[in-house]
Design a protein around this ligand. Structure first.
Ligand SMILES: Cc1cc2nc3c(=O)[nH]c(=O)nc-3n(C[C@H](O)[C@H](O)[C@H](O)COP(=O)(O)OP(=O)(O)OC[C@H]3O[C@@H](n4cnc5c(N)ncnc54)[C@H](O)[C@@H]3O)c2cc1C
Length: 447
């Protein structure tokens, strides 16, 4: 038996969100987290010398009007946000150009682009749902005649979804994200009010954790769950290295690739084939290759996203996010933190030889883009990562195809995080899922 009404496995944005919302309603809640701190994939670490380093580019789509901000508000917290990201600049033969100059669009093309964007605003939920199975490549082919506009939307889709080509991006997800941006004030050419928590993403997840603690939620950190045994009625069992717990309601607030490890195929309470199906989704996620670097000098100062469409010999789109252009508090004065990389397939990110080639080619390209970079570097970390942004936003995997936040066959088993119901870019998808999951638990409890 457990002293808790609800046990949550995982203290990322999803788990913290559910915990805070339930705690505020007086539900006795325990969070089990394998790491020593909250935040999951959205953490900030202090490094010696005044650097504060996020666990990756953590741009919050729609900033202070995002699902993340809405979730914070619901648990009684507000955080300061950085200035907004102003747009994308593209590399062309030694120069960084804004999109209008890069594409040198005619007045007609500019109008067509704005009309295409505006058409997203009036699209109904049913139309967006229908587009979930269509690729962005197909959608653009059907709707756009100008190759420049087609390329522009392919780049935006790639940045939004962390997927490397429009053929594997769902048009439904793309339109849903774009529509959300338009509804929260995006104008043609800008970037949809994207902001970061000032001081790093850990300020946001830290505020979420503080809200949950203040609401009476208990946390056990450094506690890795090894097994979860479902039950059709009654309690669900959770086994860690040190103890065994059980509760009537359990929230699996972990990404699919972690969650599937905890259940057994022999668990009779689980619907037949469910675990097998979930395991087929493990690699349906985004991945990246790149590096993070700290430099003595800001090499570029405008608050924009930098992108270079295809790097010669690599075939991956390079993206550069200069975090310090938005937030001076995370580095020593006048220093720079940059996240530089490309989205790629999980197979590419796991291929060490491929990664080494990409790192070398990107580095050579960067030295051309930013002369003097090498002598200014203070530190540089190479990185390759699988599982960035939850379940990939590919055709047939998003919107109504997403696994739901509860399991109707096993009352009491719930899910939260960026892999489960809830659209949007990673952190917003996780925040959305947390709100949906808490709402479902409260309604099941008759609250
Ligand atoms: C490099 C990088 C860049 C990103 N950039 C962006 C961006 O710009 N914009 C954006 O919106 N999103 C971005 N994301 C995605 C974003 O970080 C995630 O979508 C979000 O943080 C997911 O939250 P979550 O709660 O679903 O999962 P997680 O944060 O993964 O939380 C799951 C938690 O479960 C814990 N856990 C796992 N296994 C166990 C176990 N067995 N027992 C106990 N605990 C366990 C983990 O330690 C973790 O704390 C990025 C991610 C990465 C990695």
């Amino acid at each position: 038996m457990s002293d808790y009404d609800v046990i949550i496995v995982g203290a990322g944005i999803g788990g913290l969100g559910v915990a805070g919302l339930l705690g505020r309603k007086g539900i006795k809640t325990l969070v089990l987290e394998k790491s020593k701190m909250p935040g999951g994939r959205a953490k900030t670490r202090d490094l010696p010398g005044g650097w504060r380093l996020d666990s990756g580019t953590h741009c919050v789509d729609n900033g202070d009007k995002s699902a993340c901000a809405q979730l914070l508000k619901k648990v009684g917290k507000e955080i300061p946000w950085t200035i907004p990201l102003e747009g994308v600049m593209l590399y062309d033969n030694g120069k960084w150009l804004n999109t209008a100059d890069y594409y040198n669009m005619s007045d007609q093309e500019k109008k067509d682009l704005a009309d295409f964007e505006n058409s997203f605003l009036t699209m109904s939920q049913e139309e967006i749902d229908r587009l979930d199975k269509v690729s962005l490549a197909q959608f653009i082919k059907d709707k756009v005649t100008s190759p420049k506009i087609a390329e522009y939307f392919s780049i935006i889709g790639m940045i939004q979804t962390t997927l490397s080509k429009p053929e594997i991006i769902s048009a439904g997800e793309f339109v849903a994200i774009f529509q959300g941006q338009l509804k929260t004030g995006k104008k043609s050419g800008d970037f949809g009010n994207v902001k970061m928590p000032l001081g790093g993403v850990g300020k946001m997840t830290g505020a979420q954790a503080a809200a949950a603690v203040e609401a009476g939620v208990k946390f056990e950190y450094a506690t890795s769950v090894k097994k979860v045994i479902a039950s059709k009625s009654g309690n669900i069992k959770i086994i860690t290295e040190k103890a065994e717990y059980s509760a009537k309601r359990v929230v699996m607030a972990l990404p699919i690739w972690e969650m599937v490890k905890l259940f057994s195929e022999d668990d009779e309470a689980l619907p037949k084939g469910w675990l097998k199906h979930m395991k087929t989704l493990v690699d349906e996620t985004s991945a990246s290759i790149g590096f993070t670097l700290g430099a003595k000098k800001a090499l570029f100062t405008e608050p924009v996203y930098l992108s270079a469409w295809k790097i010669p010999g690599v075939g991956l789109p390079l993206q550069i996010f200069l975090h310090t252009n938005f937030d001076k508090t995370i580095a020593p004065p006048d220093h720079m933190i940059a996240f530089i990389g490309a989205c790629c397939t999980p197979e590419q990110a796991r291929d060490e030889k491929f990664c080494k080639e990409v790192w070398a080619k990107f580095w050579a390209t960067l030295q051309k883009m930013f002369p003097g970079l090498e002598e200014n570097v203070v530190w540089k970390y190479d990185g390759n990562m699988v599982g960035i942004d939850g379940l990939g936003r590919s055709p047939g995997l998003t919107g109504k195809y997403r696994p739901p936040v509860y399991m109707k066959e096993v009352p009491g088993l719930y899910f939260a995080g960026d892999c489960y119901t809830g659209r949007g870019v990673g952190m917003n998808a996780a925040a959305n899922s947390a709100m949906l999951c808490a709402e479902k638990i409260l309604s099941d409890k008759g609250k």
